[in-house]
Design a protein around this ligand. Structure first.
Ligand code: F0G
Length: 354
């Protein structure tokens, strides 16, 4: 078995790679496509999850960031900047460190999961908190990057989309063709844009088919579904707490061209899917990720997704990113036993081993 070399080398024929592009990598990509055996049986569809939480910094952002940072380096940039609900900042900080670039991340005050903040700090980024939300932060960094010598690495940077489209290639390679449906969380709408681009490029070259693209926003941040900017977006899924998605038009195009949909799911539906996925299938993904599985359930119930369909749900980030939501969702009440083997045995025989 040969060693996985990371996205830039593995997919260079599909990426804007030149002789001068540094072969930057943390060996991102090549994430597993896991079949959900129990839930598939119960729901009457064949479900796979693309577990992007196994990327080097624990989210799909690594795919886009390796490309964006490599190109920034190639172009002679000395520093990168991004606004982030957390995962982009972790990825930018890691790849910035790896490439020897300064990294500045701008995050919304008090609304970023603990693990993500820990990562940005450990990777040595300068962390700036804004008294505002992600949309406000993005406005500011976009303006600053226009006048200052610092490269913007949010998904409005086209190299981010190029890197992220590789996940679609991996899904098609694993299944032998495109699935019937791709279900994906939508925040700033970069990732749905990237997947659709990836599926189309692969189809053009290899005739592998196209899925229906089904994107899911959180109810309190469902700007695209409602057709208006949400000034004060709110959701438990802080990663997708975004009220004015930068790639709004491209998400709508993906939906229309693929005969798919952009829908929303409630926080309750997200948390239910979050817990079900971990407890029934052993897959721990962060809340925003679970908007895809929650959306699938909703659209099976509505009849929009047909029984027997092959569906891939993108799980965008690792559950360990957000330990607080896990602990708040499940009541942790350990059974207290005396320090005595007999007491343990009689407790286990009362349920677990009998
Ligand atoms: N899931 C997770 C875990 C995310 O972190 C994000 C976006 C999304 C889904 C939505 O992807 O924005 O391409 O539609 N996180 C960005 C960030 C905004 O700053 O980390 P999208």
């Amino acid at each position: 078995m040969s060693r996985w070399k990371g996205l830039i080398q593995e997919y260079k024929e599909f990426l804007p790679v030149t002789e001068e592009t540094p072969l930057l990598t943390l060996h991102e990509g090549n994430t597993p496509l896991i079949e959900l055996e129990h839930i598939s049986k119960e729901w009457g569809v064949k479900i796979f999850v693309k577990y992007e939480g196994l990327n080097p910094t624990g989210s799909f952002k690594d795919r886009g960031m390796v490309m964006a940072v490599a190109k920034a380096k190639e172009e002679g940039s000395k520093a990168i900047i991004c606004a982030s609900t957390g995962n982009t900042s972790a990825a930018a900080a890691a790849y910035g460190a790896r490439a020897g670039l300064k990294c500045v991340v701008v995050i919304p005050e008090g609304k970023i999961a603990l693990g993500k903040l820990a990562q940005a700090v450990m990777y040595g980024a300068e962390v700036l908190e804004i008294k505002g939300n992600f949309d406000n932060a993005l406005d500011i960094v976009r303006e600053i990057s226009e006048t200052e010598p610092i490269t913007l690495v949010n998904s409005v940077n086209p190299y981010r989309i190029e890197g992220q489209k590789t996940a679609a290639f991996e899904i098609v390679d694993a299944l032998g063709k495109a699935p019937d449906v791709l279900a994906i969380p939508v925040g700033n709408a970069g990732n749905i844009t990237a997947y659709w681009k990836g599926f189309k490029e692969y189809h053009e070259k290899k005739g592998t088919g196209l899925p229906e693209m089904r994107g899911f926003e959180a109810e309190g941040a469902a700007a695209i579904v409602r057709g208006e900017v949400i000034e004060e977006p709110e959701t438990i899924a802080t990663a997708i707490r975004i009220g004015n998605p930068a790639s709004w038009d491209k998400a709508v195009a993906a939906k229309e061209e693929s005969d798919g949909s952009i829908d929303f799911v409630t926080d309750e539906e997200i948390l239910e899917a979050y817990q079900l996925l971990a407890s029934r299938e052993g897959v721990f993904a962060e809340p925003a990720s679970c908007a895809s599985l929650a959306g699938l359930k909703k659209q099976i119930a509505s009849g929009e997704i047909k029984k027997g369909a092959t569906v891939v749900c993108v799980l965008t980030g690792n559950g360990l990113k957000d330990p607080n939501t896990a602990i708040d969702t499940v009541t942790v009440k350990p059974t207290v036993l005396p320090n005595d083997k007999e007491a343990f045995l009689s407790h286990l025989k009362g349920g677990v081993t009998s």
